[in-house]
Design a protein around this ligand. Sequence first.
Ligand code: PRP
Ligand code: HPA
Length: 175
Amino acid sequence: NQARLERIESLIRTVPDFPKPGVIFRDITPLMGDPAGLGATIDELINQIPGTIDVVAGVDSRGFLFGSPIAVALGIGFVPIRKPGKLPAAVYEESFELEYGSSTLSIHQDALEPGQRVLLIDDLLATGGTLGAAARLVLREGAVLTHTETVLELSGLGGREHLARQGVESFSSLL
Ligand code: PRP
Ligand code: HPA
């Protein structure tokens, strides 16, 4: 629905030089605060899901904002993929490269069952490091990664290619 996607896009604010000079930040808070914005975004993300899924996994922290309402709407469970030191039980960890240094994501070892079909959600794809590590965590559980979705995709940072190189072919973004 083109009109709805244009409405969603109009609710994303562009902030220059945040969090540092030269970065053009795409801010989803006006979209979250709009009476119809969040619901329309969830509907559109659900429209893109291919086939059936058993579980939604979302990436800390903005992936939680979109992943958990999708799980509620579909009547299935939600699994958080978190920054290090946040999950209390036994975890798997995967690291990825940042512009300077590296970062890590973790998932509870018992969060998913082998063969479960998982939809992986985040708000935004930039370089793809974050979603790539999250995808590896899903696969380490023996689960099936059916699709990876974001609201936004920043072009020119190679995120989609980065994901494809590590075998994640089923990526889509709303905008
Ligand atoms: C942002 C964004 C994605 C990631 C995308 O998260 O929400 O998760 O960066 O970047 P990449 O494709 O280059 O890996 P951030 O690490 O800022 O965390 P936050 O959601 O907790 O703010
Ligand atoms: N907006 C929000 N999150 C981000 C961005 C951005 O432009 N780049 C990397 N993470």
